[in-house]
Design a binder for this molecule. Structure first.
Ligand SMILES: Cc1cc2nc3c(=O)[nH]c(=O)nc-3n(C[C@H](O)[C@H](O)[C@H](O)COP(=O)(O)O)c2cc1C
Length: 276
């Protein structure tokens, strides 16, 4: 009989799962949660239990942090009007308004700037690219920890990278000061069980797992197999060709195809994030 682990791996890799030796410690509730992940874009009206925001924030803060600088913060948005405003002007995705909670994760260098001002300390290093990269990495790790915690509690989540389509609007709406920038949002709510998506397959491991040295040896075949898997995944509910190759190439075709994010550097500079 197929083990739960092999079942999950087969779902994730659409029949191109890696062969794993039998090992009872491989399958545990954490791995089960990770391998069962799917983004949820259909939520019920059910309210979140009290304490959810605090618990998700604790999970987020439990993520590792570059140099322990903790250069991220999060705005919890539950106000329906504010969610609607941000959605209608920035994200433009119906599920954002339906989810009872939107967490907006921020790269936040303003906290250190403030501490430095209180101590009259120089902060010339704050203007360099790596500081922003650290803050953005920390913000993403925090987001993913919150997402995993939510999923382990039976909640559904979906990221909103589209929050960066119009960062200035988000900055105004959430009153973000200089040195703070929205990285990603996370919508959280109870999944509509009647509209649960299938687990979305990924590229075969031999496309992304290099051994000792980097190689594209398996990439062309992996992409072809993955396109076939994605075509099957979307059969029945999407008409146009949803292959990974087509969608990915469409995304990187031109500055215009970046959904407004070709202006990101300009928006960062306006927030005094200089990226030297
Ligand atoms: C940084 C980031 C930004 C994302 N932005 C969006 C988004 O704006 N809207 C959306 O519907 N999904 C968004 N997603 C979800 C991806 O589309 C999704 O993770 C991917 O298609 C794989 O599907 P799965 O999460 O169901 O496995 C984002 C995911 C990440 C990691």
């Amino acid at each position: 009989m197929q083990s739960t682990l092999m079942k999950r791996l087969n779902e994730r890799y659409a029949h191109h799962a890696p062969a794993l030796p039998q090992n009872d410690s491989f399958m545990n509730p954490v791995v089960e949660t990770l391998l069962s992940h799917r983004s949820i874009r259909a939520f019920t009206d059910q309210a979140l239990p009290p304490g959810t925001v605090e618990l998700l924030t604790a999970a987020a803060q439990s993520a590792p942090s570059s140099c322990n600088l903790q250069m991220w913060s999060v705005v919890a948005v539950t106000d329906a009007q504010k969610k609607a405003f941000i959605n209608q002007n920035v994200l433009k995705q119906p599920h954002v308004e339906k989810a009872p909670l939107m967490l907006v994760f921020l790269a936040d260098m303003a906290m250190l700037k403030r501490i430095a001002a209180d101590k009259n300390a120089p902060i010339e290093g704050l203007d360099y690219l790596d500081i922003f990269l650290m803050a953005a990495i920390d913000a993403c790790l925090a987001t993913q920890n919150a997402a995993i915690a939510a999923e382990s509690m039976g909640l559904g989540t979906v990221y909103g990278g589209s929050i960066r389509n119009h960062p200035e609007t988000v900055i105004d709406a959430l009153r973000l000061p200089a040195y703070v920038f929205p990285i990603v949002s996370l919508s959280v709510g109870y999944p509509d069980q009647d509209r649960l998506p299938q687990i979305k397959p990924r590229l075969a491991q031999n496309a992304v797992l290099h051994r000792e040295t980097y190689s594209h040896e398996h990439l062309p075949q992996a992409a072809e197999d993955y396109d076939a898997a994605m075509r099957e995944f979307y059969t029945g509910y999407r008409t146009e060709d949803q292959t990974w190759t087509r969608l990915s190439l469409a995304r990187v075709r031109s500055p215009e195809s970046l959904s407004g994010r070709d202006r990101l550097r300009e928006a960062l500079l306006k927030q005094h994030i200089l990226l030297k």
